[in-house]
Design a protein around this ligand. Sequence first.
Ligand SMILES: C[S@@+](CC[C@H](N)C(=O)[O-])C[C@H]1O[C@@H](n2cnc3c(N)ncnc32)[C@H](O)[C@@H]1O
Length: 251
Amino acid sequence: MPEKNANLSDHARRVREMFAGIANRYDLLNHLLSGNTDKRWRRLVTKSLQEVLSAEGSRALDVACGTGDLALALAKLTGAHIVGTDFCRPMLEVAAHKAATNVSEIPFVEGDALALPFADESFDAVTIAFGLRNLSSVEGGLKELWRVLKPAGRVAVLEFSRPVVPGFRALFQFYFTRVLPEIGGMISGSRGAYQYLPDSVSRFPDQKQLAAMMREAGFAEVEYKNLTGGIAALHLGTRPRQSLNFGCTTT
Ligand SMILES: C[S@@+](CC[C@H](N)C(=O)[O-])C[C@H]1O[C@@H](n2cnc3c(N)ncnc32)[C@H](O)[C@@H]1O
């Protein structure tokens, strides 16, 4: 289907250019617009993987790692070997600079989350934070996470979701769709990028739908935790020892 493929690569190109344009202001805006809550959310991801990453020599991959905050937190708090990957070079350059400043030896590898440049079954844990929503295919992204995960390995997906308390949801929606694009646009110089944020969240599956998609992709023990009233959610899953996924090719 050439027409479909052309659309997919156009989506990827636009997303990559958008992040390239805000790479230098990305961290500042993340922390400012979330009141530093994003740091606490990333620490929770790390905590949830501590057990699976406790063994000597364990390895984790942070997909769509951006400027590397989650990769750095994973390296610091688990001691596992961490690799970060993203398809936007300017975001990776910020990540590499931060790793060098923190004396952290994390390889940051340029790669597409829909065709990860890693062998099947190579990581004990795989994470993706605020990345899945940006892919042209959520199903395709989940398949790739599953493919590179070892049997019994754990996946953690941190993503914006649906606030669960009605009054709070309305208040947050106002902030997210009206206030955030203005402030984000002013500071980053790209209003489009901060308008894209609420737009892409509104198109993304909610907590239950994402859990169902993860099960569909072959993950077992799928569970999720609402963070800050459901503004974000942390979904966890395990790749079963016995493969139930017929859509992935592993040898
Ligand atoms: C909102 S940022 C999240 C960055 C980081 N994980 C964090 O928690 O701050 C989304 C990242 O996903 C990356 N991304 C989007 N689509 C991608 C794809 N197809 N392959 C690899 N990276 C992708 C972007 O380049 C960007 O760095």
